[in-house]
Design a protein around this ligand. Structure first.
Ligand code: FES
Ligand code: FE2
Length: 351
């Protein structure tokens, strides 16, 4: 089961046009379209007349017209026209989902609509900040969404999985000074690799004044999202004391939205704050992250395939699992709270 009362990324803003698109989110078929006014709408992807998916239809004004017999739905999911018939049946409507366009992303609320007010849409200002450049992509990962959180919250895997790009030396990662704590909406991890060699991705794009650098990673988890902020600066440059504005900086958006229990939409972007007027540098960083995330994809999918052979089998925890374990507890608490609201027993534990 998935918590539904939270904002999830549904799409990149530039994916949603006047040509409707279909996307399954949390096991529910949804159609997205942009009306001629520019407004983005999300409706249940099933006509109430004879169940044709509405993504076959056409946008008319800010409405969506079914491709079969022409019923038209407005952004609220209400049928507003039945061709050849004056009276519109009172039951002629489909579910609509609240959506918000923000920071080049489309966020969707799949749960109880009365709870949207209390939950602010997450912010990701680096997509619109003139001091940063980014490129993005979306992967469909063949695994449950929780394995991707595990991967992002424990970066000790960098030295093994990503030696060629963002990783570098494995020992550096195990020696990293790491602090983990709960936040209001999730879990935060901070890792420092002081006086260490920068990894290949960094040195390919940036010239440091010293061979060794002070390097840091800040990982913030909240449901649906992991923000990863990383940076490096010359040893002695004052980074640990907070003097980081002029340092090599990287911002990673990782937004995971379950398609099903076994597949996950993974929306990611890579932003940098140096050489921002050189598109070749942005492209080179993106290409490195593509290699990196393909490495993660292979590991996660292979791991999930193995787990599916024997889903109940116990696994062994080690000390680096602190943040993933805390995040899973957070998911469990959300699942339990929603199940209690609905008066049902949760069907599966996240842990
Ligand atoms: S199935 Fe949509 S109008 Fe008939
Ligand atoms: Fe990774």
């Amino acid at each position: 089961m998935f918590p539904k009362n939270t904002w999830y990324v549904a799409a990149w803003a530039d994916e949603i046009t006047t040509t409707p698109i279909a996307r399954t989110l949390l096991n529910e078929p949804v159609v997205f379209y942009r009306g001629v006014s520019g407004k983005v709408s999300a409706l249940e992807d099933r006509c109430c007349h004879r169940a044709l998916p509405l993504h076959h239809g056409d946008v008319v004004g800010d409405c969506l017209r079914c491709a079969y017999h022409g019923l038209e739905y407005n952004a609220e999911g209400q049928c507003v026209r039945v061709p050849g018939q004056g009276k519109i049946p009172t039951k002629a409507k489909v579910r609509r989902y609240p959506v918000v366009e923000k920071d080049d992303l489309i966020w969707i609320w799949m749960g109880d609509e009365s709870q949207t007010k209390e939950a602010a849409v997450p912010s990701y200002p680096w997509h619109g900040d003139k001091g940063w450049r980014y490129r993005k992509n979306t992967y469909l990962i063949k695994s449950n969404h929780l394995l991707i959180y595990d991967n992002l919250l424990d970066l000790t895997h960098l030295g093994y999985v990503h030696k060629r790009t963002i990783g570098g030396d494995a020992e550096t990662h195990f020696a990293a000074k790491t602090t983990t704590g709960r936040t209001e909406k999730g879990v935060r991890v901070e890792r420092w690799m002081l006086d260490s060699l920068p990894p290949p991705t960094y040195t390919a794009a940036y010239t440091f004044g010293t061979e060794r650098v002070d390097r840091w990673q800040e990982i913030e988890f909240e449901p649906g999202l992991v923000r990863i902020f990383t940076g490096a600066k010359e040893v002695g440059g004052g980074a640990p004391e907070g003097n980081r504005d002029d340092a090599y900086g990287f911002r990673g958006l990782n937004a995971m939205t379950p398609e099903t229990e076994h597949t996950t939409h993974y929306f990611w972007s890579a932003a940098h704050n140096f050489r921002i007027d050189e598109p070749a540098v942005t492209d080179a960083i993106y290409d490195n992250i593509v290699i990196t995330f393909n490495e993660d994809k292979e590991i996660i999918e292979s791991q999930y395939q193995n787990m599916q052979r024997d889903p109940g089998r116990a696994m062994v925890d080690i000390s680096f699992d602190i943040a993933p374990v805390q995040a899973r507890r957070y998911w469990d608490a959300l699942n339990k709270a929603e199940a209690a609201d609905a008066g049902i027993e949760p069907t599966a534990k996240a842990a």
